[in-house]
Design a protein around this ligand. Structure first.
Ligand code: PMP
Length: 428
């Protein structure tokens, strides 16, 4: 296909008529498809069935050290759950606190605590005139939602396939002591599926922030979420790199088993230095007497160890891979060469990031909706829902079947082509 921009006006008008006809036919089917959120499909949830019965009797409810998991206590999580998360993150169990079922709660809570109590003896953020966060974009909408809720000023930092623009990050954090944090999804990022390079991770570990209470919010949500056996990204261990750089307290790492076991009932953890965990624990002391240890125990009994977890991830990948491939194939086939879009082809994670021509994303999402395809709202991948180029769209292929995804892909590419042809015609 030759780029649309090189087509004559007459050719484009004819193409538009053809696309409109096709679109009307698809619309008439009354589809109801949704590729808006990174929700595992039921077949993935079924993989964890054994966990529902792994504790079936009173005597099953004891942790390795004899703790009765039905009762109160053990604020930092049972030792075997801390070890399992530690093994996933390549850190020691002492660096881990296991919380409840959602890492997002821990992130929210960490920001809340910083506002209320401050970090490492520094002024609580709610007493400061201005608190700023760096936000690699496009990024995860719920991260931006947390900082928006607290009135934090969010500064966009462009993402590259190697991670955030580190020249900009280094410069900004060194200059401005109002910058207190940065949101990162370092592996199989949401939405691009990029993994930070070794150099990026080392530059993070060696940051020299003006603010003593600056923290990296390292959301490693997709740490083991590979799609392929033979094409796996590798991410350096930030906890280790920060220690080596003499900055052991600069990072909070977050993980969960939301997309390993159950998103509604997994286990989530904070991984950090001894000093940071102590501070988190002092706050937690007033919040809770202990999280759900039965669930922690269920996870350990079901998975046994890291091998058990990795085995489960392979089964997830077998379900997810054909879905990514189904939609990518439609995009490759229908959009390649037209020069109206670019998109990522991740080796893992839950998303594909799609960039349309400037000023087209909102119209494309609205067009797709007309034909029964729900997508993540355009702009959601930017702070304040404001994509300055109006070009980024997040695609989440995990929930529908591969067959549905092929249809979703057809609706999507039709919408992309229609909106792009209109845009190009305007300039002819
Ligand atoms: N972080 C990222 C980057 C995510 O994509 C998601 C889920 N979409 C979460 C966190 C949510 O994790 P949890 O279920 O542990 O709150």
């Amino acid at each position: 296909m030759k780029p649309y921009i090189e087509w004559t006006k007459e050719e484009l008008v004819a193409e538009k008529a053809r696309l409109e006809q096709e679109f009307a036919e698809v619309k008439a089917k009354g589809l109801n498809l949704n590729i808006s959120r990174g929700k595992p499909a039921a077949a993935q949830l079924d993989l964890t069935e054994g966990m529902l019965t792994v504790l079936s009797k009173n005597e099953d409810t004891f942790a390795e050290d004899g703790t009765d998991c039905r009762n109160y206590g053990v604020l930092t999580g049972i030792p075997e759950a801390r070890k399992l998360i530690g093994d996933i993150c390549e850190v020691s169990a002492e660096n881990v606190i296991v919380y409840g079922n959602a890492s997002l709660t821990i992130m929210f809570d960490t920001v809340a605590r910083s506002f209320l109590k401050g970090v490492a003896g520094c002024t609580p953020w709610n007493k400061l005139d201005k608190v700023k966060f760096l936000c690699p974009v496009p990024g995860y909408d719920r991260h931006f939602g947390v900082t928006e809720y607290f009135g934090v000023e969010m500064i966009n930092v462009p993402m590259t396939p190697e991670g955030p623009d580190m020249d900009m990050v280094e410069k900004l954090v060194a200059e401005d002591d109002a910058i207190k944090g940065i949101w990162c999804v370092p592996k199989y990022s949401n939405p691009q599926g990029y993994t930070y390079s070794d150099e990026t991770v080392r530059r993070f570990a060696n940051l020299k922030p003006a603010a003593k209470d600056f923290r990296i919010f390292w959301d490693n949500a997709y740490i083991i979420h590979h799609l392929y056996d033979d094409r796996q990204d590798h991410l350096l261990n930030i906890i280790e790199e920060c220690e080596k750089a003499g900055n052991p307290d600069m990072v909070y790492e977050f993980v969960s088993t939301s997309k390993v076991s159950y998103p509604g009932a997994g286990i989530a953890a904070l991984i950090s230095s001894e000093a940071n965990l102590k501070e988190a624990q002092e706050y937690m002391n007033f919040q809770i007497i202990g999280h759900d240890k039965l669930n922690q125990l269920r996870h350990v009994k079901f998975f046994q160890n890291l091998d058990g977890v990795m085995n489960q991830m392979k089964k997830h990948a077998e379900i997810l891979r054909p879905k990514f491939e189904a939609i990518l194939q439609v995009m490759d086939q229908e959009l390649s060469g037209l020069d109206i879009a670019s998109w990522t082809k991740p080796n893992g994670g839950y998303f594909i990031s799609f960039d349309a021509m400037e000023g087209c994303a909102k119209k494309i999402v609205a067009k797709a909706k007309e034909a029964g395809l729900t997508m993540t709202g355009a702009g959601a991948t930017y702070p304040y829902h404001n994509d300055p180029q109006d070009s980024n769209i997040r695609i989440a292929p995990s929930f529908p079947t591969p067959e549905e995804l092929e249809i979703a892909g057809q609706v999507f590419v039709l919408s992309v082509k229609l909106v792009s042809v209109d845009k190009i015609l305007e300039s002819k």
